[in-house]
Structures are given as structure tokens and as C-alpha cells.
Design a protein around this ligand. Structure first.
Ligand SMILES: *Cc1c(COP(=O)(O)O)cnc(C)c1O
Length: 484
């Protein structure tokens, strides 16, 4: 038996590379990432995917390992520069973030120490750190000290936690679902509707409150709709507003909505997944006024705090409500409860064992301080304003003046269908690849979107984007003239 154990141990020891081996591995990975970061401003924001496609699938898991060189080669040739390059400052589509480098070191440290950040008893330091970050964000949005929340993997999970918490706080049991009403606008992020469905509220009534010309919730209509619903014996229980919509980056009138929510005893959720951290920018912070009156807020550090993907947060004013939905005790956990100096993430979210994701947020904030983050956020706003002015000089039509750093615009050609023209335009930009733009359709109109959220996007990037659009319009116009 001992011989067997010894033989197995020898093989299992390969899971623990020695110091020299570790250094060798680190060196190779670092050479690879340096090669990427040193050239990041020259690497395309969009690369047409690898034609062969299957190389990763064919690179199977075997009994014996492979060399780091071979592994990096697969990453380099078939993974890392396929499709959108989210690390690129030229990523001006969806909502990018960039991924500040020190976060990678935070993940590295979290993984090496493998801290258990789910339970205060198991990782008091790690949980204290995550709770400190949650309190910092709560303070930032004006929540009281008694509020709490959870660091999630992203905004979708944060929205889900908020929606199910609202459901339980308002006692929406199966028997009440079909008469319970949720109010939102067509501009909310689809993760809200998804959360409603996952949360067992698919049969609840959803009222799409009309928006004004600037795509913000019409609060007068919200109020009359709720009143009518109440009179008809229905149960209004949840209002969802956005602070930074995905389509056009606008903030709903939060103060007015809060008043209505309070009057009709509705849970008030604000989705600030994209916009949240712009509250740190003095010149726009006033626009978030009213967010402090919400019951819950979603905010994504992997968007407007420029962290790499995998970092969201939900902030909830009433901790008991959050616990009511998420606490569960099991006998095998009996040693773990009792010490309640600090709330534990596992009692505030669906997760038990979780990544120590606080470190990837805490480390860059500690290392660099808030100043560069604030400057970068303000820079994004100004770059969007700059684009708003310059794109009109190129003959484009624009949506409303940008509230934060997302805006819509389109080119209306003479004698040609504008929707089709702009669809072709975006294809051309994609083919060029130096910048990546996305589009949306609002009330049947095809718009191009600009989302300036990467910390790597600077003036030169926006100028390049304008140049690419200008050339693409010229080329497309020439083509259609030839066809006539
Ligand atoms: C991105 C976004 C979400 C979804 O967040 P993920 O982190 O992508 O899961 C939700 N709401 C808004 C407003 C967003 O911009």
C-alpha cells in the first residue's frame, strides 16, 4: 500500500512546480503579455475570426501535459485575437472597459493564496476587504452605512440578486405573481427581463412605461399607469430605472421615480451597471441625484471602473431583505456560522465558494489611487462630446447630446435607404478593424453607437474613428453613385 501511495505522490507532485519551474512559467507568460501590451495601440479592435476555427477544440486534454510554449501558441493564434479585442482602446462598441493591468496581479495573488472569500469565518481578511469595497461604493452613491451588497461576477447577476430580493421583500409568492406588476422602459438592459424570468416572475405583468424624446422614463405616465393598475386591483411592486442606458447612455429622472416608488410602496431598483462610476466625476455627479433613494443598485466595476471582465456589484439598502432571500443553513456548515462580526458574501448571494474577486478591484484602487480613475472617466465624457460635435461636421445626424459616454448617430444619404446604408457602414468599419463600433435599432431606426468606456481610449482613438467613418461614407456614396 505504501509503495502505491508513494508512486501516486510522485506523479501528483507535478501539480506543485518548484521555484525554478514557477519562474520559468512566469517568464514565458510575461513575455507573451508584454508582447501584447507593448503593441496594444497597434493591434486591431476587431479581427475576423480564425477560418479553421476548430484548432482549440482539436487541442484536446490528454493524460500527459504540454509545454507552455505550445499552450501560448494556441492562445496567440486561435484565442486571444479572435473577434472583438476588448482590451483595445479602439473598442468603441458595446460597453468595453479595458482591464487595468494591476487587476491581473490581484487575480494572481487571489489565486496563489486561494483565499476563501465566501464566509467571514474562513477568510476574515478577504471578506473584510470585499465588505470595505461594498461600503465604499455605498458611500459613493449616497447609501447609508447600514446598507450592504455583494461583489458579483457582473451586472446580470447583480440585477438577478436585486430582482429576487425585491420579489421576496414584497412577498410575491406564486399565488400573487399574475397580479403583480413591474414597471420599466424599453430601454432597460435585457438582463432585467432575464432576471425577471429566472426569478420566477415570468407571469408577472410588465408595463413598458413610455419614454420621452431623450429616451428617459416618462414619470407622469409611470404614475398614471400605477394608479390605474392599483384601481384595477393589481399589485404594483417593482420599478426599474437605468442610470446610463445601454442604447444611449442616459439617466432616468431618478428623484421623480423615487417619489413615485415611495408613494406606491414599490421596490426601486436602479441599474447603473454601465453608468455608476461616473458619479465620481464632479461635472456629472448631480445627474445621479436620487440614486441614493433606490432600494437596490447594480454597478459594474468591469465597465466604468475599467476592471477586466468578471466584476459586478449589487448594493442593497435593506440588508435583512438581501439575507431573507439568500441565507440558507446546512448541518455541515455548523462550524462556519456564529461569528457575525461581518456579513458573509454567501449569505447575500447565491454563491458559496467564490472567487476572491475583491482583490482585483482593491489592488488597483490602492496602488494607483482614485485620481487617474476619475480623470479617465471625465476624459471619456469629453471625448464623447468631442465626437458629438465632429461627427456632425461630417454630415451625420446625431441623437441627444451625450449625458455620459454613450451616444447614437447615423448617416442619412440622399436617395437611399438610411437603415441599409448605416448597416453597410458598420460592416465596413468592422472589416477595417482598427476600431470597433456597434449599432442599435430604436423605433425602427438603425443607429450607430459610440461607447467610450475603455481607459485606453484617448483623443487619437476618437480621431481615428472619425477618419474611418468619413472614408467609409465616401466609399459607400461613390459605390451607390456608380450603381445609379
Ligand atoms: C452591461 C449591462 C448589464 C449587464 O451586465 P453584465 O456585466 O454584462 O452581466 C446590465 N445593465 C446595464 C445597463 C448594462 O450596461
Amino acid at each position: 500500500m505504501l509503495k502505491k501511495i508513494n508512486t501516486l505522490e510522485k506523479i501528483a507532485q507535478r501539480l506543485e512546480p518548484n521555484r525554478a519551474e514557477r519562474h520559468e512559467l512566469n517568464r514565458k507568460v510575461e513575455a507573451y503579455t508584454d508582447g501584447f501590451l507593448d503593441r496594444i495601440d497597434k493591434i486591431k479592435a476587431y479581427n475576423s475570426p480564425d477560418e479553421s476555427g476548430n484548432s482549440v477544440a482539436d487541442f484536446g486534454i490528454r493524460d500527459s501535459g504540454r509545454s507552455m510554449e505550445e499552450i501560448i501558441e494556441i492562445l496567440r493564434d486561435h484565442v486571444d485575437l479572435q473577434g472583438i479585442n476588448p482590451a483595445s482602446g479602439g473598442h468603441l462598441g458595446y460597453i468595453p472597459g479595458g482591464g487595468v493591468y494591476p487587476s491581473a496581479l490581484g487575480d494572481y495573488l487571489a489565486d496563489v493564496y486561494n483565499q476563501y472569500a465566501g464566509l467571514f469565518f474562513a477568510g476574515p481578511g478577504a471578506v473584510r476587504m470585499e465588505n470595505m469595497l461594498i461600503r465604499w461604493m455605498n458611500k459613493m452613491i449616497g447609501f447609508p452605512e447600514t446598507a450592504h451588497g455583494n461583489l458579483t461576477s457582473g451586472g446580470s447577476i447583480a440585477n438577478l440578486i436585486a430582482i429576487v430580493t425585491a420579489r421576496d421583500a414584497k412577498y410575491i409568492k406564486a399565488a400573487h405573481v399574475t397580479t403583480s406588476v413591474i414597471y420599466l422602459t424599453a430601454q432597460v438592459h435585457h438582463s432585467i427581463q432575464k432576471a425577471v424570468r429566472i426569478g420566477g416572475l415570468d407571469e408577472a405583468i410588465i408595463r413598458y412605461v413610455p419614454v420621452d424624446d431623450g429616451f428617459r422614463m416618462d414619470v407622469g405616465k409611470l404614475k398614471t399607469t400605477i394608479e390605474a393598475d392599483q384601481q384595477n386591483g393589481l399589485n404594483p411592486f417593482l420599478i426599474v430605472a437605468s442610470a446610463g442606458t445601454t442604447d444611449t447612455g442616459v439617466i432616468d429622472p431618478l428623484n421623480d421615480i423615487a417619489k413615485v416608488a415611495q408613494q406606491y410602496n414599490c421596490w426601486f431598483h436602479v441599474d447603473a451597471a454601465y453608468g455608476g462610476f461616473f458619479i465620481l466625476v464632479e461635472e456629472v455627479s448631480e445627474r445621479f441625484s436620487g440614486i441614493e433613494k433606490a432600494d437596490s443598485v447594480t454597478i459594474d466595476p468591469h465597465k466604468s471602473l475599467f476592471l477586466p471582465y468578471g466584476s459586478g456589484a449589487v448594493l442593497v439598502k435593506d440588508v435583512q431583505a438581501l439575507e431573507k432571500t439568500h441565507v440558507y443553513h446546512a448541518n455541515y456548515m455548523q462550524d462556519a456560522i456564529g461569528d457575525i462580526a461581518e456579513p458573509s458574501p454567501c449569505n447575500l448571494s447565491p454563491e458559496l465558494t467564490k472567487h476572491f474577486r475583491g482583490l482585483r478591484m482593491w489592488l488597483p484602487l490602492q496602488l494607483m489611487g482614485l485620481e487617474p480613475f476619475k480623470a479617465a472617466l471625465s476624459e471619456k465624457i469629453w471625448l464623447t462630446r468631442f465626437f458629438y460635435e465632429e461627427i456632425q461636421k461630417l454630415g451625420f445626424e446625431v441623437g441627444a447630446y451625450p449625458e455620459l459616454s454613450v451616444m447614437i448617430y447615423r448617416y442619412v444619404p440622399e436617395g437611399e435607404d438610411a437603415n441599409a446604408f448605416n448597416a453597410k457602414l458598420i460592416e465596413m468599419v468592422k472589416k477595417d478593424g482598427r476600431v470597433f463600433l456597434s449599432s442599435t435599432t430604436i423605433k425602427g431606426v438603425f443607429w450607430l453607437r459610440l461607447a467610450v468606456v475603455s481607459f485606453r481610449t484617448h483623443l487619437s482613438t476618437v480621431e481615428l474613428c472619425l477618419k474611418i467613418l468619413k472614408n467609409a461614407v465616401a466609399k459607400l456614396s461613390r459605390k451607390s453613385m456608380l450603381m445609379v
